[in-house]
Design a protein around this ligand. Structure first.
Ligand code: SF4
Ligand code: SF4
Length: 133
């Protein structure tokens, strides 16, 4: 991350949905990658694809799936009301799976939430685009 686009500025920008821009192809090339600084909610099949849970977990109880998922440092919590897990964010707000070069270390197996952004998200069709400084 550049010195100008501090974690504080990124979080401020993410929260202000009025500043989000309509998504256009190619925007990601010059973006600071703000979609990887939002809390990511995922389902059990996402965790299986990520290798955090295994296929056999589908045969186990929900309680056992949750217990095993939460053992992984990349999974922060489980929310019973939505039956979703939330991925861990690092102290700067970035996703547990984002590396120092701002690349997703799980790109091929990334969760549906990431694949569907920004079509589905806090402001569908809009992005918290922030130019790389
Ligand atoms: S916030 Fe939008 S423009 Fe930026 S990397 Fe994510 S999808 Fe691309
Ligand atoms: S899993 Fe990958 S694409 Fe999804 S938020 Fe994390 S780093 Fe970004």
């Amino acid at each position: 991350m550049s010195k100008k686009n501090t974690p504080g500025k990124i979080q401020e920008h993410l929260k202000d949905l009025n500043r989000w821009l309509p998504y256009k192809k190619g925007m990601c090339d010059t973006c600071e990658g703000l979609c990887c600084y939002m809390p990511v909610e995922v389902m059990t099949p996402d965790l299986i694809r990520l290798g955090i849970l295994a296929e056999f977990h589908l045969e186990l109880s929900e309680k056992e799936q949750i217990k095993d998922a939460l053992r992984h440092p990349g999974v922060l919590r489980y929310t019973p009301s939505t039956s979703k897990f939330t991925l861990t964010q690092k102290p700067d707000g970035s996703c547990f799976f984002l590396d120092a070069n701002k690349r997703c270390t799980q790109y091929e197996t990334r969760p549906d939430t990431c694949r569907n952004h920004p079509k589905i998200g806090p402001r569908p069709g809009f992005c918290a685009y922030m130019k790389k400084e």
